[in-house]
Design a protein around this ligand. Structure first.
Ligand SMILES: [Zn+2]
Length: 447
């Protein structure tokens, strides 16, 4: 639940092509709902994940003597053979096993389906599960076994843990339960195709921003997940820091050894998400007067939902913001927001760029059908679809006025995500020039 924040932004909120964006919301009172789904068995799951990660015992890499012709195998990691990048979890069948040297695998899924490649047995794994669930679990375990969370100390303050390639969790000393909580949520998210793809995007280190200091603990990270500060009153202004205690995606330049935040130009997306409270306890999101609460099952009292929303869908939503931030889409959208005419009025005080970005993130109005959206994730998890985003002026039944023209259809065909975003922006009502600019493929449209 990304929250929308009026344009009067705090000093740390700044948008440019290199910094990530940040917004926050007015959440307002809505009767707290009931728990719609049983919360995921988080503790059991995450312990399992951690042991799988640290022991590698679940998956045995194939040994030549264990292989048989006709056996089902798969590639646990991205594997480059003769210039082809074979995606993780691509399946195949063993066709030839020489006494030494590479074995021959016929690929049966993905881009190189029906091709035969020669690989060392150490690059493949035996798919022991027959089909369906067992195999899915095996694959999920294989994906987890690939990566071992690593701790990077930040002075006396605490640590940042890289929990998935490129994804760091900030863990102040004494707050270790947060690490386990976030790993558990990422396990849930990573158990879906949509979520797994999303998690893996942050390891695409090539084009994504990283913090300036690549010798420190934030090396190679492209997304940070951390907690809001404790609720406290400013000694001078006599106001609570509630605006810092909303769930949001902002930007960070990392931390100094003292724990002090770095606010440089080179920021990476930072998701602020509260820890799961212990049973019987609760916390507030933002201003307590707005009655949006964090309870062990998730978030209640959000005005877009009657039911309590589980943490995984909330974290996933923020990850989509982090993605569009890393793609530069958010900052360019913000740059041209006053030029955009959507063909209808949005309520006063709501910025056009926030209104449009939420369409992309939620997968609603112009963003309907986006493969990486919150609603795509919800579909896979069998959660109810999100139909509104009241804080940015999206009400039930809101319709966009833009449309796709024939000339749009062949744009950006080389990049699926940007192509999807381009088309969504056109449907939302942006002009061709505006949409091209926002996806980074055109000049800035004239004022
Ligand atoms: Zn949002």
């Amino acid at each position: 639940m990304h929250e929308h924040q009026p344009k009067s932004t705090p000093a740390w909120h700044h948008r440019d092509a290199t910094a990530s964006d940040s917004h926050t919301t007015q959440t307002s009172f809505f009767s707290p709902g009931t728990v719609q789904r049983k919360p995921e068995p988080f503790f059991a799951k995450s312990r399992h994940a951690i042991s799988a990660l640290s022991s590698q015992s679940i998956i045995q890499r194939a040994k030549r003597e264990d292989l048989a012709i006709g056996q089902s195998v798969y590639f646990p990691k991205k594997t480059v053979i003769k210039g082809w990048a074979i995606e993780p979890n691509t399946k195949g069948i063993v066709r030839l096993i020489p006494e030494q040297g590479d074995v021959e695998i016929e690929i049966t899924t993905g881009q190189f389906e029906k091709e035969t490649v020669k690989v060392g047995p150490g690059l493949i794994e035996i798919a022991t599960g027959e089909k369906g669930k067992e195999e899915d679990e095996l694959e999920a375990a294989a994906a987890m076994a690939e990566f071992e969370p690593n701790e990077r100390k930040i002075g006396e303050w605490g640590s940042i843990w890289e929990v998935r390639p490129g994804i760091g969790v900030e863990v102040p000393k004494g707050n270790e339960s947060y690490l386990e909580f976030i790993i558990g949520q990422l396990d849930i998210i990573g158990g879906t195709k949509t979520g797994k793809t999303m998690i893996e995007r942050f390891s695409e280190n090539g084009s994504f921003r990283k913090v300036k200091d690549q010798s420190g603990p934030y090396k190679d990270l492209t997304l940070i997940i951390g907690q809001p500060p404790e609720r406290q009153k400013d000694k001078i202004k006599k106001q609570f820091n509630d605006n810092l205690r909303v769930i949001k995606t902002g930007g960070t330049g990392g931390r100094k050894p003292s724990g002090q935040k770095i606010f440089g130009d080179q920021r990476i997306p930072e998701i602020i998400l509260h820890n799961r409270p212990e049973e019987g306890r609760e916390d507030y999101v933002g201003d307590p007067a707005k009655k949006v609460k964090v309870i062990p099952a998730g978030i209640t009292g959000h005005k877009d939902f009657y039911a309590t929303q589980p943490f995984d869908v909330i974290l996933y939503h923020e990850m989509v913001h982090a993605l569009v931030s890393q793609l530069g889409v958010s900052s360019r959208l913000a740059e041209i927001d006053t030029q955009i005419d959507l063909g209808y009025k949005i309520p006063e005080g709501i910025a056009v760029d926030d209104h449009v970005e939420e369409q992309l993130v939620v997968g609603i109005m112009g963003g309907l059908g986006l493969s990486f959206s919150e609603n795509a994730y919800r579909r896979e998890k069998e959660y109810e679809q999100r139909k509104t985003y009241k804080a940015v002026g999206i009400e039930e039944g809101s319709k966009s006025k833009g449309k796709l023209e024939d000339s749009d259809m062949d744009k950006l065909s080389e990049d699926t995500v940007l192509q999807e975003i381009y088309r969504a922006l056109r449907k939302a009502g942006l002009s061709e020039a505006q949409a091209l600019y926002v996806v980074g493929k055109g000049d800035k449209p004239g004022e």
